[in-house]
Design a protein around this ligand. Structure first.
Ligand code: AQP
Length: 328
């Protein structure tokens, strides 16, 4: 069985973008692959985190993984920091990455472009840690939203370099992005990605938003003056984004939705999208609350860490031998 790995940072409230671009894929892939899904808490601390909030976000994230349909019987679900080998391999791969390639990574480049000055060394080197996360398990595929594709490509370069230098050691992973929904956009600025650490909550639907608040956010999403419900990402990015959201949540194709709203206005369209989001969140949050009050989170993380550690330790032994770090 081929292996699949991915993770999400517990850096805030998970958004509809995280669900549509990432978690939804994890759920469909869990029957096909041997899956490793983790909570990327070592990545979260590349920017300052309030420890209390980080703990809450971590619990919410694991509960949301489960509420969205990940089955701990099929998937190894774990906390990155519980498996020490992530940090260990991350360091080794940092020593196999070049400053030039790391400085071309979008997150770092964007922060530099915005003139941010308090960028940590961790934020600069985290793509090497991410490469380690993936190849520690010899993952064949990595389901990600489009923003993370670049990091998987970098991982492939590092694997090639490492394997050339030390002999065949790691599997080269393939990024996997969904055909529809690889980049859900901000509702107030549909030219930029919906992000959980966005300052303006109006443009973002958090999975734990009050459903009625989420409904209002959809209804006040920025659109255009063209007035036709059609998929035109360049001239109608707001409508294209709403069509994508509705298609992913309802399972209808974009073409079918466009046909359904022929001759109708944006008000009607937004009303239906908003109701879909409301229903989705209501159902998800009921499951999430049930999971939070059970003991399943603790058990899932404990068992997941034990299973992941077995694989990771075995791999690290081989890596250290190749590098001359393992003497006996
Ligand atoms: N808007 C999005 N549309 C589609 N996919 C998305 N992802 C994130 N936002 C969208 C995908 O979710 C996975 C986990 O992302 P992450 O939290 O580890 O990192 P991120 O991409 O940096 O997500 P955020 O929400 O933007 O976090 P912050 O604000 O903390 O930086 C990834 O597969 C990502 O592609």
């Amino acid at each position: 069985m081929k292996r699949c790995l991915s993770g999400i940072k517990p850096t805030g409230m998970l958004t509809l973008g995280n669900y549509i671009g990432a978690i939804r894929q994890f759920v469909t892939l869990q029957d096909e692959y041997e899956m490793f899904i983790f909570i990327a808490n070592l990545h979260a601390i590349t920017v300052a985190q309030d420890p209390k909030e980080l703990k809450t976000n971590t619990k919410n994230l694991i509960a949301l993984y489960l509420a969205c349909g990940l089955d701990p019987e099929k998937v190894t679900l774990f906390l990155q920091s519980d498996v020490k080998e992530h940090a260990e391999l991350g360091w080794i791969l940092t020593c196999h990455s070049y400053m030039g390639e790391l400085s071309r990574m979008t997150q770092y480049k964007d922060k530099i472009a915005k003139g941010e000055t308090n960028i940590t060394a961790g934020l600069f080197t985290y793509p090497a840690l991410m490469a380690g996360d993936i190849i520690l398990y010899d993952a064949d595929v990595v389901p990600v939203g489009i923003d993370q594709k670049q990091h998987v490509e970098l991982c492939r370069d590092i694997v090639e370099r490492f394997n050339n230098a030390h002999g065949d050691t790691f599997t080269s992973p393939q990024p996997m992005t969904p055909k529809v929904g690889a980049k859900i956009m901000d509702l107030q600025d549909p030219t930029k990605k919906m992000s959980k650490s966005e300052d303006n909550p109006k443009g973002t639907i958090a999975l734990l938003d009050e459903p009625s608040v989420a409904r209002k956010k959809i209804k006040s999403a920025i659109t255009d003056s063209i007035g036709i419900v059609q998929y035109d990402i360049e001239n109608q990015p707001g409508i294209a984004n709403l069509l994508t959201i509705h298609s992913c949540l309802s399972g209808q194709s974009i073409e079918d939705i466009v046909q359904q709203f022929e001759g109708k206005g944006y008000g009607d369209f937004k009303g239906v999208v908003a109701q879909g989001v409301f229903d989705f969140l209501t159902d998800l949050q009921a499951k999430h609350n049930e999971i939070l009050t059970s003991k399943i989170i603790e058990k899932t993380l404990e068992e997941g860490a034990a299973k992941a550690t077995l694989v990771a330790r075995n791999k690290m032994y081989k890596v250290k031998k190749k590098l001359g770090l393992q003497v006996f």
